[in-house]
Design a protein around this ligand. Structure first.
Ligand code: SF4
Ligand code: SF4
Length: 439
């Protein structure tokens, strides 16, 4: 069976068919090796002071379009789901509602994120949460999160806390949380760890969601220490910095050149500027045996799970064939092989990863391009397969787009302390996010 053709029915019947066939001695040669038993979650961890035991591999369903996929994920034992009121304009919450039918409600930890504006009063926020509950057809939420506040001041939004207190009293929400992946250009105030740190210090938040991976460790380490100190649940996102799709651009341009299609100027620039580095990176991947994305996935998840302060690593499952590789990493951590892989990946591909929640270079850009937000949207596009959402966010983003980057000497690149080839990456991001929008 071709892995890419795995669907819910196949996924759920594979193991029993394979095992029964093998037992009866009627399994065609080779089939047993192809069709493996259904994977299961091996480890559950405490979500801070909530006391809830969540699966170490969690589910971010933002990239799903089929509730059957969510059902299949839950049947492996995954029991934490993180959605948002604004994913798909509420459709993702509707999908969650359908996907959880048939699963015992109290076995699940369901979290949703809310976009709160300064003008929102507590009554508005209460209404928002009631709408979330309605879309998911559930009586209560386990977690209600303030989405991406831009400052420590915003985590103290009394209207939000008042709404949470009321909903908690009514039994509609159990716990309060905050998520953060950095501020956008219009609000360049504090770093992710300062914002989340202030929420932990505030004392009213039971769980936090943030970016942490083996390339981008510093801010996450600060947050994880604070979580451990205050017994706050730590949920991670964006844990795989090199998910295998960042090399797509070279292939794309090669194909266009081979077929004599016109190559857009910005893609050409990006191509030429990064070809050498890409080649070196690819050679490295080939020589080191890390060309297989599954090894990079193992390194990324192993690193994240190795930290005992981490409660769960959210995976943006978007296809059935992603279930087995990720769920089978439950209960793992670092071993010598993984540690070596991490070090070599970081050393050799460092320049291809713009750190989420960074934005250090933005103040140097004469055009005020919101570098970090654009790169985050490109991550949604490439790394999570959420193309429409990424394009929509990009089109709504205030501030200049990288249109003038081609003629700029690259102040951003000079200012990046991590040596990221950001000018070229920005142009690549722009070509993906705009090109598809036009087609
Ligand atoms: S290019 Fe460098 S400085 Fe700019 S946001 Fe990315 S990682 Fe930070
Ligand atoms: S290349 Fe120039 S215009 Fe483009 S983001 Fe960097 S500094 Fe700004």
């Amino acid at each position: 069976m071709n892995a890419s053709k795995v669907n819910r029915r196949n996924f759920l019947t594979i193991s029993t068919t394979a095992l029964a066939g093998a037992a009866a001695g009627i399994m065609p040669p080779g089939l047993y090796q192809q069709e493996t038993p259904k994977p299961k979650i091996k480890t559950y961890r405490s979500l801070g002071r909530t006391g809830f035991r969540v699966s170490d591999i969690g589910c971010g369903p933002a990239g799903m379009s089929d509730e059957g996929l969510l059902k299949a994920v839950l049947e492996t034992g995954v029991n934490i789901i993180d959605t948002a009121e604004f994913y798909g304009n509420g459709n993702n919450e509707r999908l969650v509602g359908k996907g959880i039918k048939g699963t015992k409600r109290d076995s699940l930890f369901i979290n949703t994120k809310l976009q709160i504006a300064e003008s929102h009063k507590s009554e508005d926020i209460v209404l928002k949460v009631r709408s979330c509950l309605g879309r998911m057809e559930i009586d209560y939420l386990d977690g209600m999160m303030l989405w991406n506040p831009g400052s420590s001041k915003q985590v103290k939004n009394e209207e939000f806390h008042k709404a949470f207190a009321q909903l908690k009293k009514e039994g509609r929400v159990k716990y309060c949380g905050v998520s953060c992946h950095g501020s956008e250009y219009s609000k360049p105030t504090e770093n992710m760890d300062q914002i989340i740190g202030s929420a932990i210090e505030d004392g009213r938040f039971d769980l936090v969601l943030f970016v942490y991976n083996y390339v981008q460790q510093e801010m996450g380490n600060n947050i994880l220490r604070a979580c451990a100190d205050k017994n706050v649940g730590a949920i991670l996102m964006k844990t795989n910095p090199f998910n295998g799709r960042y090399t797509d651009m070279i292939n794309k341009v090669n194909k266009m050149m081979e077929s004599n299609s016109p190559v857009p100027e910005n893609m050409k620039y990006m191509y030429e500027a990064t070809l050498q580095k890409q080649k070196a990176g690819e050679e490295f991947l080939g020589k080191s045996g890390l060309a297989d994305p599954s090894l990079r996935r193992e390194a990324a998840v192993g690193f994240a799970l190795d930290n005992p302060a981490v409660s769960s690593v959210l995976i943006t499952f978007s296809t059935f064939d992603e279930i087995e590789p990720y769920v089978s990493l439950s209960g793992t951590g670092l071993n010598r092989g993984i540690s070596e892989n991490i070090n070599t990946l970081r050393e050799n591909l460092n320049h291809l990863y713009c750190r989420h929640a960074c934005g250090i270079c933005e103040s140097q850009c004469p055009e005020k391009v919101p570098v970090n937000a654009i790169m985050r949207y490109h991550h949604y596009f490439l790394g999570q397969g959420r193309e429409k959402y990424a394009m929509q966010k990009y089109s709504e983003l205030p501030g200049a787009k990288p249109g003038n980057c081609t003629d700029c000497s690259g102040h951003c690149e000079a200012a990046c302390p991590y040596g990221v080839s950001i000018k070229a990456l920005l142009l690549a991001a722009c070509s993906d996010l705009e090109m598809k929008r036009e087609s």
